[in-house]
Design a protein around this ligand. Sequence first.
Ligand code: FAD
Length: 351
Amino acid sequence: MTTVEVPHGSRSVVLRVAAVIAETADTNSLVFDVPDELREKFEYKPGQFLTLRIPSDRTGSVARCYSLASSPHTDDQPKVTVKRTEGGYGSNWVCDNVKAGDQIEVLPPSGVFTLKNLDEDLLLFGAGSGITPVMSILKSALARGTGKIVLVYANRDAETVIFANELRELVDKHQQRLVVIHWLEPLLGLPTADTLATLVAPYTGYEAFMCGPKPFMDRVHDALGRLGVPRSRTHAEVFNSLAGDPFADQAPVEVSDEEAADAATVEVELDGEVHELSWPRKQTLVDIMLAKGLDVPYSCQEGECGSCACTVLEGKVEMENSEILDPEDIENGYILGCQARPVTDRLRIQF
Ligand SMILES: Cc1cc2nc3c(=O)[nH]c(=O)nc-3n(C[C@H](O)[C@H](O)[C@H](O)COP(=O)(O)OP(=O)(O)OC[C@H]3O[C@@H](n4cnc5c(N)ncnc54)[C@H](O)[C@@H]3O)c2cc1C
């Protein structure tokens, strides 16, 4: 039994696990109770994730992100789905230890892998545990949207298919709108860019979302690229583990008079409001927005989760770590606010 009485930082809360669902032999879902006073804080968009604080004797804790597999439009309670990573610490800890009634410290929903228009026709790709955010998007679009949906879902074998029954029921219920293509390795081998391109060629006008291991995503990107699907219509969620501690409150950053005098100026648009801020060169965009009390979206602060992605409309930044962004994203002005420091004197940035 895990109990956590008090959250470790001002952004996190402690939630009770209402139920644990064994989805497959190596995957468990955790369903959370969200008390009324936290309902607003835990409103989420299909495709977003929660960050869990997982206890560790060695390091005190580790932080791990898990996508919400539930839909805000069809499920009363948020649910994350955790697949064991071989030799991994956090995922095995969750699957071995968490029981109904336990308490877990979490950060509120975050992430930009979300569906803006529920009525779009959707071409979805999921592999293994990468189905989780895709499932939330799929269920939401079926419940509230009007478009057609094609899901290509790759797995090692039939036993490891997460949400197999739920998908079958959804296909039965939405026969005119949903097609699910199960790509099982023992039958078809690993998907290649060629075979994927042939498979999805009829759906190039659809908005594409993908999540899965890197080699799978590389092939999907390649296939869509060959078919001429514009990068602006493809969205990818990268799964990796956080190294730092996003639960700890951030100490205010000291700025010397010299640094203040040399600061850049940024006009940053957040939730439709424009704020003009002074941006000392050594600070990140997230740092300066937090210092001004703005509700900037962020989580890991390491350039690994993508929560703070935003677009540079004018000016230039440099980033210490931008690995999760594709070169095309960067060309299109996408940056990570937690990694961005100003290069030019004036900038305009939009969240
Ligand atoms: C946005 C996002 C969404 C995600 N969504 C999902 C999802 O829906 N489902 C899913 O299954 N995964 C998801 N992931 C991946 C997930 O966050 C983890 O990366 C994954 O579960 C593997 O974590 P792990 O700790 O088991 O493995 P690893 O990260 O590989 O574990 C090994 C690491 O743990 C350290 N370690 C080992 N033992 C200890 C110890 N005792 N104490 C402290 N550290 C130790 C090691 O040094 C090593 O760094 C998502 C990731 C992101 C970024």
